[in-house]
Every structure is written in C-alpha cells, then in structure tokens.
Design a protein around this ligand. Structure first.
Ligand code: B4P
Length: 191
C-alpha cells in the first residue's frame, strides 16, 4: 500500500490536487471535509452536530472525525492506498491514524504540505464562496477563523510527521498543473 497525506491550510488546493492525484495513482480519496458535508446533506445526527462547528470555522471534535475515518478505512479493504485530504488536522488525529494504519501494517509513506500565503487563501476561498454554496466560504470572518484554527491546532500535525522525516514542502502558489507536477515528483521519489 502507498498512503499519502495531502496537507495545508484551508484553500491551499488539497481538494483540487487530490482529484488529480487519485486518478494518476489509483488511490482511494478520503476527505473528511467531503465526508462531513455528505453527512450534513443527509441531515444525519453527526452532520447536524458537525455543521455547528463548520459554520463557525472551527474544527469538528476529534472523536467524530476519527470514527468516520476508521469506518471508511474498514470499508475499503483492498485498495492500493489512501490519499488522506484534510485529515489529520490535530496531533491527536495523527496519532489515531497511525494506530489505525498499524493494524493494517501500512503506515503513512509521505505527507505533502502545500505552502500558500494567507492573502491568497482568503482570495481563493471568497471566490469559491461565490459559486460553491458552502456557508463557510462566504463570510471573510469565518475564513479567517479557519486559518486561525489551522495555526493553533493543525500545524502540529506537520511537527508530528517531521519527527519521522515524512514531510515534503511544496510551493502551493502558481498554476494548478505546475503544482500537480511538483506533487507527482515528490510521490515518484518515494513510491
Ligand atoms: P475541507 O473540506 O477540508 O476544506 P478546505 O480546507 O476549506 O479546502 P481545500 O484546501 O480542500 O480547498 P481547495 O484548496 O481545493 O474542510 C472544511 C471544514 O470541515 C473545516 O473548516 C472543518 O470545520 C471541517 N473538517 C474537515 N476535516 C476535519 C478534521 N480532520 N478535523 C476537524 N474538522 C474537520 O480549494 C480552494 C479554492 O482554491 C477552490 O475554489 C480552487 O478552485 C482554488 N484553487 C485551488 N488551487 C488553486 C491554484 N493553484 N490557484 C488558484 N486557485 C486555486
């Protein structure tokens, strides 16, 4: 198995690049943001609980997202590998993921970390908000709250994988195809 984490602040291109990477490498895409939005669309209890946090730009509690990822891993037994998009987002989530993958004897191979300036992130997310219908993309205060959560809680995930020498930094500004080529080169060097 080849397991990859695509990491970066909100709006850094994780979702955009994931779509291209899963096609090229045949990985199973697991996006906690997509899974949560699907729960909201179904108006499930989990979805309604998660929406309260997401609408304010806060992270959903660890136990909720870890439970979701755990079932998604169990439901995909014979895949070539997973592309984790937007997960883990806290150090506790990273430890839980390592434990889940230990059972499969298939650890994380690499974490690719997209680097994008704050002004560019806000610009991209406000633009997406014009068409996406995502309530967390239309309000600049909520976008700034998401970026603050990233600095407070999520950057610790990079520190966690850095100790195992698994992090590769990728410049995340520029054309989508150029960034994709850089991501592919980093994967090809480790696959
Ligand atoms: P996510 O769904 O993960 O969304 P995101 O971080 O906002 O977006 P992403 O980074 O994937 O967007 P992309 O750059 O592709 O999270 C949403 C919320 O769910 C979180 O705030 C949180 O509340 C909750 N959540 C999710 N996972 C969680 C977890 N593990 N723990 C707790 N809570 C969790 O796209 C942005 C825009 O930029 C697009 O419009 C795109 O077209 C554009 N773009 C992309 N690349 C570009 C480029 N190179 N140049 C110009 N524009 C570009």
């Amino acid at each position: 198995m080849f397991n990859l984490i695509l990491f970066g602040p909100p709006g850094s291109g994780k979702g955009t690049q994931s779509e291209k990477l899963i096609l090229k490498y045949g990985l199973k895409h697991l996006s906690t943001g997509d899974l949560l939005r699907s729960e909201i669309a179904q108006q499930s209890v989990l979805g309604m609980e998660a929406k309260k946090y997401m609408d304010q730009g806060q992270l959903v509690p660890d136990e909720v997202v870890v439970g979701m990822i755990s079932s998604a891993i169990d439901q995909n037994q014979s895949v070539r590998g997973f592309l984790f998009d937007g997960f883990p987002r806290t150090a506790a989530q990273a430890q839980s993921l390592d434990e889940l993958l230990k059972k499969k004897q298939a650890p994380i191979n690499v974490m690719l970390a997209l680097n994008v300036s704050e002004e560019e992130l806000i610009k991209r997310l406000m633009k997406r908000g014009e068409t996406s219908g995502r309530s967390d993309d239309t309000n600049e205060a909520v976008i700034r709250a998401r970026i603050l959560e990233y600095h407070k809680k999520t950057t610790a995930v990079a520190d966690y994988y850095n100790q195992f020498d698994k992090v590769v930094l990728i410049e995340g500004e520029g054309g989508i195809d150029t960034i994709f080529e850089k991501l592919c080169a980093a994967i090809d060097a480790r696959i």
